[in-house]
Each structure stands twice: as structure tokens, then as C-alpha cells.
Design a protein around this ligand. Structure first.
Ligand SMILES: [Fe+2]
Length: 517
């Protein structure tokens, strides 16, 4: 073979492997050819009063840069164009496209689409942050394991009218390969299989995994119709991640974090920033301010080994780290908003699960219960500055909860369940979209007993609601008088099915003392 042919072959081979970095032929059978090249749909996010990020991706084999045009309008037919623009994309961002559209009007619904070589994307709908102060409606979600079932909860949120945004609190993807050889009970509930069939460690793995999730029609439709405000939890990187490691870290942990962050920022409609930080806040006029936290990669110390670990109570151990904690606390102190909403990965409230998980303290050590000194510092600041009307929203535990937010539910000097003394707000926890919870791990009667033990006043006096078996989402509605959480549960997740039911509601009143019973 002569040198020319050799170098031509080399060029062909290297461009093929290059293109594999963003084309993922193994996803083609799942793709929606009628949408090509916008197979992954459109999305929007991070709404400000005057700006919103719009997103799409080209599913093409090109190794050139490609021109994509965009337009945004005030009407569904895109007749009343508000802005248009052009942007180049290429393989370095896997042909994703992100535009931070500015100079928009607050609390306004917009419609947008992209165009590439004469082909149009589906028309997306989005909404800037309302400043009117009347009402805010946020769907709150977390933990969508593709293998654990169909995303009916996303399908239902897509149909919700008058939503301001969807808060995604993490575990947008799971990094695992295809489950094999687990418990029989679990294996029976593996309804779909992950692509690629390996734990994500490389950029191509994470990109392909996001691609697979985004080819789910219900998730894609949910993105098309509502702006998302997202944060990662651990599974966007690796299970039980912290700054310095994870349950199954590979040797190059810094590299893996960087890779996982890159894929996340490529695929999520999150506003770009040089540090690829997810820590940011959103203002909804006088009604609410929202702080989105990073309890994983910004400042988290490694998990303690259990309740007897001598390091557990050390003030040197952090969930958020000093910088982020100061930013949050000063932000809440200086905020004029009636409701102070905190979007957080893991359960913030004290949860006495010693009667349920006594042999698995690691479950507790990953939550705020595993970082008691930093939590106490936060409560000390809250009490000292007389902050109230705080609503923490949380995911991670795949189950549904409502707590009164208090510095110490076990200490009558701090908290009184009857009078509401020491209550500074509420924590509402959203169930998983599909990820396993109690009835998928243990027989129903075991779950029922666990629920009874959790609910015992002696164990958790500040607990106002718990459900351990259902999947779905919660809808947070804020008005000047009231913050209400409504839990919507899906009927099934072993196939696409649109039956969803409102199953529970809890609320707190503004400056009120306790959650309605
Ligand atoms: Fe999860």
C-alpha cells in the first residue's frame, strides 16, 4: 500500500472515530427520524426576568462546523418574531447549540425553534421569570433511571398548564451499565436497558447516555414545553460522589469529574459559566427567590463511615463548603422575597431512621445527617437572623416526605410540635421519576412497617408526610399567603401510561407556625 493510500485511510479512520464522539450510531434505532437532525428535540432553561437559555443538538456525522439559525417569537406560529440569530456549532460541544436569549419581557411565554440546512426543529415553548408576585408553580423532580421504567411522570408534567419551570434536583441520568445479576426482585423490574452497556467514565459514554435519555419521547416533550432549572446529584458523575471521590471512583477522579461536567453542560439547558458551576440563584419578584445548590462537587467532604465515626461531628467536614454556605445564608438574609426556596440534592432535615436502616448507616451518611456541623451552622444563622418562610426542596431518596424545618426536632427547647416553636419553614421531598424505592426492594409489609416507624412521633416529631412506594413528582405552588406541595404519583411505569393521580398535599402559611396537619 502506498503512502498516499495509507494516509487517506488514516484520515478516514481518524475522522470516523472523531465523529463517533458525537454521533453514537448505537442510538440510531431509538431516534425519531421525522425530527432529524433535531432528533434530541429542543429545550430551554435558567429563566431570568429578561433572559432564557434555549438548546438543541444536531444528530449528524459532520466533522465541519455547522451553522444553526434560531428564532424566538411571542406566538405559537412564530409570526411575531421577537429575535432571530445564527450560531456555529461543532464536534467540540458534540454539535449541541445553546443560546442565552436576552432582552426579553418578564413573566412572558415565548416560542422558539432552530433551523439547519432548511430543516426546522420542533417548536419549543418557554417562559421568563415572573416578577408579578402573584403565583409561582414549579414542578419538582429527581431520579429518573431509564432502566427502572418509563418516564410517565415527565409525560404528565409536559401536560401541566401554567407551570413556571421544572426544577430537576439531580440524577437526571444514571451512570451504570445494564443491571445484571442483581436481586430477582430488581431484575424483574428492569424495563429498559442502558446504552452504552458499561459504567460511564469517558466523555463518549456520558454523551451517549444523555442522548439515550433525551430520545425518550416523554422527557423530550417535557423539555420542549417547559424551561428547566437543573442541578446534578451524584449519578451524573458516579454514585455517592464528593469532591475527592465516589463509591466506585476510577484512578483519574479529577478527569472523570471534568468529563461528567462537560457532558452535563453540553446536554442541559443551563447557563454557561467558565467554572461549570451549578450554584446560582433565581428571582421571582417579591414572591420568591430560589437558590440552587451543589452538595456534591463544590465543597463536599467524603461521607463518614457511620454514626460512630469520630469525624462525623467535625466542623471541618462540609456538604456545601464555606464559600457556598456564606453565599446562601447572606443571600437569604438580604432577600426581600416572601419565600426563600432552596433547591438541594439530599434530605436536609434530621431523619431518625435508626429503627429502619440500623444496619445500613451509609444511607444516612450521604444525607445532611452525615454533615451535622454545617447544618447546625446554617440553623444557627437562620435563628440568629430570624429568617422564616424557607422552603427546601429535595430529591435523592426516591420517596416522598414533608418535614417542618427546625434546628433540632428532638430538643423541646428548640422545637415544639404543638405550638410550632422553632419552625422556620418546610422541606418537601419529591419521589423518583422511576428509580427504585421501598416496594421494589422489599415486600410491601416491610415497607408498611418502615413507614409506621418513621411516622412515630417519638422518632420523627417534625415529620408531616411520608410515602415510600410511589413514583412521580411534586408540584410546588407559591402565593403570597401559602406554600403548597402537591404530590402526583404515576399509576405504573412498566410501560407508557398517562394515568397520574394527585395523592397528597401539604402546605405552610406565610409566617405561619406549622404545616397543616
Ligand atoms: Fe437517585
Amino acid at each position: 500500500m502506498n503512502a498516499l493510500r495509507l494516509s487517506l485511510l488514516f484520515l478516514l479512520f481518524s475522522s470516523l472515530t472523531q465523529a463517533q464522539q458525537w454521533f453514537y450510531p448505537e442510538l440510531k434505532p431509538l431516534a425519531a427520524p421525522e425530527l432529524a437532525p433535531f432528533d434530541f428535540g429542543v429545550a430551554s432553561g435558567d429563566p431570568l426576568p429578561d433572559a432564557v437559555v434555549i438548546w438543541t443538538k444536531l444528530y449528524i456525522e459532520s466533522d465541519q462546523q455547522e451553522l444553526v439559525k434560531w428564532e424566538i417569537a411571542s406566538d405559537t406560529l412564530l409570526k411575531n418574531l421577537v429575535q432571530t440569530g445564527e450560531v456555529y456549532t461543532n464536534g467540540t460541544t458534540a454539535f449541541t447549540v445553546k443560546v442565552d436569549v436576552k432582552n426579553l419581557e418578564p413573566g412572558t411565554t415565548y416560542f422558539y425553534r432552530f433551523q439547519h440546512k432548511g430543516k426546522y426543529s420542533p417548536i419549543g415553548r418557554t417562559r421568563t421569570a415572573s416578577q408579578s408576585g402573584e403565583r409561582l408553580r414549579l414542578a419538582v423532580v429527581s431520579c429518573a433511571d431509564y432502566q427502572g421504567g418509563y418516564f410517565n411522570a415527565f409525560g404528565d408534567i409536559a401536560k401541566q398548564k401554567n407551570l413556571d419551570a421544572v426544577l430537576h434536583l439531580g440524577d437526571y441520568i444514571y451512570e451504570y451499565g445494564v443491571w445484571r445479576g442483581g436481586r430477582k426482585r430488581m431484575m424483574k423490574r428492569r424495563y429498559r436497558e442502558h446504552i452504552p452497556d458499561k459504567t460511564c467514565t469517558e466523555l463518549r459514554d456520558y454523551r451517549t447516555r444523555y442522548g439515550q435519555y433525551r430520545l425518550d419521547a416523554q422527557l423530550r416533550e417535557c423539555h420542549r414545553l417547559h424551561p428547566f432549572i437543573v442541578i446534578w446529584d451524584d449519578h451524573e458523575i458516579a454514585n455517592n460522589a464528593s469532591v475527592d471521590g465516589a463509591e466506585s471512583r476510577n484512578s483519574d477522579w479529577e478527569g472523570r469529574k471534568k468529563t461528567a461536567k462537560q457532558a452535563y453542560f453540553e446536554w442541559m439547558p443551563i447557563r454557561e459559566n467558565p467554572e461549570r458551576s451549578i450554584v446560582r440563584s433565581f428571582s421571582f419578584g417579591n414572591l420568591a427567590e430560589l437558590w440552587m445548590l451543589d452538595g456534591r462537587l463544590a465543597g463536599r467532604s467524603a461521607q463518614a463511615t457511620g454514626p460512630n465515626d469520630p469525624a462525623l461531628n467535625s466542623p471541618d467536614r462540609h456538604m456545601l463548603g464555606e464559600q457556598q454556605t456564606d453565599w446562601l445564608l447572606n443571600g437569604m438574609k438580604n432577600s426581600q422575597a416572601r419565600w426563600k426556596i432552596v433547591g438541594n440534592q439530599v434530605v436536609f432535615s434530621q431523619l431518625n431512621d435508626s429503627k429502619v436502616f440500623d444496619r445500613r448507616p451509609s444511607v444516612r451518611m450521604d444525607r445532611w445527617d452525615g454533615y451535622p456541623a454545617e447544618r447546625q451552622h446554617i440553623f444557627d444563622f437562620i435563628y440568629k437572623n430570624d429568617l422564616k418562610n424557607i422552603v427546601v426542596v429535595t430529591g435523592d431518596v426516591h420517596t416522598s416526605w414533608a418535614f417542618e424545618l427546625t434546628g433540632d426536632p428532638a430538643d423541646p427547647e428548640v422545637y415544639n410540635r404543638k405550638t410550632g416553636k422553632g419552625v422556620v419553614g418546610a422541606e418537601f421531598v419529591t419521589p423518583s421519576i422511576t428509580s427504585f424505592n421501598f416496594d421494589e426492594f422489599v415486600p410491601k409489609f416491610v415497607g408498611a412497617e418502615a413507614r409506621r416507624r418513621f411516622k412515630k412521633k417519638k422518632n420523627n416529631p417534625h415529620l408531616r408526610y411520608v410515602d415510600l412506594n410511589h413514583h412521580g413528582y411534586l408540584l410546588l405552588t407559591l402565593t403570597p399567603e401559602k406554600a403548597q406541595s402537591d404530590w402526583y404519583f404515576v399509576k405504573r411505569k412498566d410501560r407508557v401510561d398517562d394515568r397520574v393521580k394527585l395523592c397528597a398535599s401539604r402546605h405552610i402559611m406565610f409566617d405561619g407556625k406549622e404545616i397543616e396537619k
